[in-house]
Design a binder for this molecule. Sequence first.
Ligand code: NAI
Length: 283
Amino acid sequence: KELAGKTAFVTGAASGIGLGIATALAQAGVKVMMADIEKDALDKAISDLRLTNADVEGVIADVSLKDQLQAAADATIERFGKVHILVNNAGVGGAGGYGQWNDAAWDWTIGVNLMSVVWGFEIFGPLIESHGEGGQIVSTASMAGLVAAVAPAYNVTKYGVVALSEGLRQELAPRGIGVSVLCPGFIRTKIMESGRNLPGRFASKIDVEAAAAQAAESEFAKMAADLINKGIDPLYVGELVREAIEEDWPYIFTDNMFESGVDERFAAIKAGFDRIRDRTPRH
Ligand code: NAI
């Protein structure tokens, strides 16, 4: 796929992986509408990119609210006329482990990480299809979308993004829309500070500081924070995504750290089939 001159809409574009993707696309001559909830970071990202002559625009949106995502899509068409590429990337660490979560934390995590992706497909699919030039929908899941660790709400949303992408890839291909799922390993971003983006409606229900303090005690969180601090460069991830869009990769992985974990999961699933292979089901 030729990218120069096309238009992309990227969520969570003000920092981390989203900014890496927006930058890599802009470097290839793609016009980028950058959506985010964090105004100061978004303003800075846009002014930095414009210094490199990138054709980028920003829109403030809380993607966990459908009407705000719709308004951002409308603003994209108004500004650029068409849209070819959707990158559903905004995400939060969200609810803690078993015994630490509450309903509001599940709502927040599901809203940002999963429902925004459902709505992204729903709102942008017809916009991409309408011009007949084809396009791509890339959604950021995680290795936590292929292997379950100790953050259940996060895992649920990321498995959900993988499931949506796998299913809709077949359905959207005849409409000229490629579908890719990005499953990063540890990337050097601000994901451990997701509480900075807690939408106001959850403020009285989720104590971000207490959750962060509690997480800071856990060995898993300490290890994850350390791996993220030493993680892969988000711009490298952006460049991989650009290549994946050009070539319509179904899965975009950043490294092989979790390959053995995926193998173990598949082996356990296979063992489940093997266990009942010689039995005849009763109907
Ligand atoms: P980040 O915190 O640096 O960037 C996330 C961006 O999403 C921020 O700019 C933030 O303001 C925005 N955002 C958060 N809530 C939002 C909302 N309600 N509406 C609109 N924008 C919102 O973190 P990172 O790591 O760049 O996260 C991007 C994606 O990558 C997420 O989906 C995350 O789950 C995923 N991911 C990250 C990994 C890592 O190691 N950093 C590994 C695997 C997946």
